[in-house]
Every structure is written in structure tokens, then in C-alpha cells.
Design a protein around this ligand. Structure first.
Ligand SMILES: Nc1ncnc2c1ncn2[C@@H]1O[C@H](COP(=O)(O)OP(=O)(O)OP(=O)(O)O)[C@@H](O)[C@H]1O
Ligand SMILES: [Mg+2]
Length: 158
């Protein structure tokens, strides 16, 4: 069970917490781990503008790529002295769709990811990438939450 775990990461605290949960799961189930960061190689413009997307300049893409590599190496640190298999990948494209295609094509059996990522939003909703995977991934998706954020949000509601 859960022999191939996919851990999508954007370097956020919740994604790092998710990587720690993935490590625990992998130790219990003897799973292989794949860490992936998706570089978004276009800008999405507001719905009223045309065209929907524009290519980004090469220098910006190179910065995003360098940042992506740093994100991956930070996430790899969570797996220091982990005895199972860990692979790290940088991919390019729209994160939600690309991750679902990867899961389908490569037969991942579990995804472990953060509820939210880098956006400055503290609501209890899912982010756009986590929301996409919960809806479209063909395997179970384990969403890792930040206990402090959830506590504050519950307190605000009282
Ligand atoms: N580019 C990415 N590559 C790989 N994983 C990602 C990427 N972006 C997000 N994730 C994963 O999805 C989780 C949720 O992040 P998500 O982007 O959905 O929320 P957000 O950044 O708060 O909101 P937004 O929808 O505005 O981006 C992260 O914790 C991480 O596990
Ligand atoms: Mg995001």
C-alpha cells in the first residue's frame, strides 16, 4: 500500500510539514518518495484580458528555476538519512494539471501536500493547487494543515 508517494512542494512551511508527514508514511509503508516542484512558465492574466497567458522572459524563468532547485534541496533535507528511495524533480507547466498528469502516467499511490502554499491567505479554504489535486487526482490526497493557523482561525469564528 502507498508504494509510491508524490510530495509536491513550493517551499512553504505547510509543504515542508507535508514532507515530514510523507517521510513518516514512507517509513511505515516502505514507500518510494518523489519530491516535485513545478515552475510555472507563464503568467495567468485576469479573465477579461486576451490572451489568457503570456510567456515570461528567460531571465525570470532562470530565476524561478534557481529558486525551484533551492526549494527542492531544502525539502530533501527532511529526508536526510532516510533509508528508502527519494527522487527530486523540477517540472514546468501549470502545477495542478501537470501534477495530475504525473500521478496518472507514473502510477503514484498517494499524494502528501500542504493545504495552502505561498499565497498570503490564511483562510481555511484549500489553495488552487491543493484544490485541483483533491478534485482530479486518481489516488488518495493527504492534505497537511498548520495546527496554529487552524487554531487561530477557529478562535476568530467564536
Ligand atoms: N508550484 C508548485 N509545485 C509543487 N507543489 C506546489 C506548487 N504550488 C503549490 N504546491 C503544493 O500545493 C500546496 C498548496 O498550495 P497552493 O498553491 O494550492 O496554495 P496557495 O499558494 O496558498 O494559494 P494559490 O492558489 O494562490 O497559489 C503547497 O503546500 C504545496 O504542497
Ligand atoms: Mg500557490
Amino acid at each position: 500500500m502507498f508504494n509510491k508517494i508524490l510530495v509536491p512542494t513550493d517551499g512553504s512551511d505547510m509543504a515542508l510539514d507535508a514532507a515530514k508527514v510523507a517521510r513518516t508514511m514512507a517509513e511505515k509503508f516502505g514507500s518510494d518518495i518523489t519530491l516535485v516542484h513545478v515552475v510555472q512558465n507563464y503568467y495567468t492574466l485576469p479573465a477579461f484580458s486576451m490572451p489568457d497567458t503570456v510567456a515570461i522572459p528567460l531571465s525570470v524563468l532562470q530565476d524561478l528555476e534557481a529558486t525551484g532547485k533551492l526549494i527542492l534541496s531544502r525539502t530533501e533535507e527532511v529526508f536526510a538519512d532516510f533509508t528508502g528511495k527519494v527522487a527530486s524533480r523540477l517540472e514546468y507547466g501549470p502545477p495542478g494539471k501537470l501534477l495530475v498528469d504525473m500521478i496518472v502516467d507514473e502510477g503514484f499511490s498517494l499524494v502528501v501536500m500542504g493545504r495552502r502554499g505561498l499565497s498570503d491567505v490564511t483562510s481555511l479554504f484549500l489553495g488552487s493547487v491543493s484544490n485541483h489535486l483533491v478534485h482530479y487526482a486518481p489516488c488518495p490526497v493527504l492534505i497537511v494543515k498548520d495546527a496554529e493557523v487552524e487554531k487561530k482561525s477557529r478562535a476568530r469564528k467564536k
